[in-house]
Design a protein around this ligand. Structure first.
Ligand code: ISE
Length: 334
């Protein structure tokens, strides 16, 4: 069976997904697209030999679409995810599921009302080979209890439309989700430290910043977010446990020695760094849809990450430690 996918918002991320679905991933095909810019939808549809719809509602309702991928701007996600749930269609929604926890709660309620897990959230780091190896080692218990995790998330630059809160709810949200998954725990509080600002980008941003997260068992995670670091897309993570420490390895497989230097390349962006993770993530989703099974992160994961980010955004404006407010996990998402 070929899963016929409708894509909403085929911008940079969406087109990268189309490319991998049509070249390296098996069992799916993007057959329809819609976009706020109808000219872009028409252009992408023509390129892939698909259909362009004038609205996302029309695409979701189409009998020729089995499952939907949402790659539009975060604030536009809720209405389309709810329409997919109402239509009973599996939906892969890029992160963030919604920009606020309140909106994610509405999605969870709708999904529970239909009684079937339909929503997968695009948290691709869970599919990255190095993070998976790190998790296997920590879960094995060989190193004892995890005590601290040091993370860094550096982007070369961001555009001017990147608002001050996005450092947390668009960028740090990756570590929030990955650390929840790695530790198997929720976070109870967030603090944001604000170091000296870089002079190399827009003054409206607090860049860099450091998030300090505390988990239910007291594990301390520090996360440096530096979105104008200039030199590359640099993702670092080291978990420190009672009997050892484990970190992500270098991002490129080879190291070159020449002209009195030795080193490896640093990736340029998330598509470059997480290429393999994206392929595994989307392949597992398509194969799951074909088998009628849910795979990947759930709406609960989208909600829980949004709760932590809401607290982080508050901590950035209020300074000091902010408690994470979260409902109890419904049995439906156990
Ligand atoms: C972007 O939306 C992503 O998801 C990237 O992975 C992240 O590095 C970047 O900061 C975000 O803006």
């Amino acid at each position: 069976m070929t899963v016929r996918i409708g894509m909403i918002g085929p911008g940079g991320m969406g087109q990268a997904h189309i490319e991998r679905i049509h070249t390296v991933i098996a069992g799916g095909r993007v057959v329809a697209v819609s976009d706020v810019d109808p000219a872009r939808a028409a252009e992408v549809a023509e390129r892939i030999g698909g259909v362009s719809h004038l609205t996302s509602a029309e695409l979701i309702a189409s009998p020729d679409v089995d499952a939907v991928m949402i790659c539009s701007f975060g604030p536009a996600h809720e209405v389309d995810v709810l329409a997919c749930i109402a239509a009973g269609k599996p939906v892969f929604c890029e992160k963030p599921l919604t920009p606020t926890a309140e909106a994610a709660l509405r999605i969870m309620e709708a999904e529970q009302a239909v009684g079937r897990r339909l929503v997968t959230v695009g948290f691709m780091r869970r599919f990255d080979a190095s993070y998976r190896e790190m998790k296997d080692l920590l879960d094995s218990g060989e190193l004892g209890e995890t005590l601290m995790v040091h993370c860094a998330h550096r982007n070369p630059t961001v555009p001017e439309m990147y608002t001050w809160d996005m450092a947390i709810n668009d960028t740090a949200i990756h570590e929030v989700d990955t650390m929840r998954w790695l530790l198997g725990e929720e976070f109870v509080s967030v603090r944001v430290d604000t170091p000296k600002k870089t002079s190399l980008r827009f003054p409206h941003l607090q860049d860099p910043l450091v998030l300090i997260l505390t988990s239910t068992s007291g594990v301390r995670v520090d996360d440096e977010i530096f979105v104008n670091c200039q030199f590359g897309y640099d993702i670092r993570c080291e978990a420190v446990a009672e009997r050892g420490a484990v970190s992500l390895s270098d991002q490129e497989l080879t190291s070159v020695r020449r002209e009195h230097t030795a080193g490896n390349k640093i990736t340029r962006d998330h598509n470059d760094r997480f290429r393999g993770a994206f392929v595994t993530e989307v392949q597992e989703w398509i194969s799951g849809v074909a088998r009628g099974e849910h795979t990947g992160s759930t709406s609960w994961d989208g909600y829980a990450a949004a709760c932590v980010c809401d607290a982080g955004v508050k901590a950035l404006t209020e300074l000091g430690e902010v408690a994470v407010e979260m409902i109890e996990r419904p049995a439906f998402y156990a």
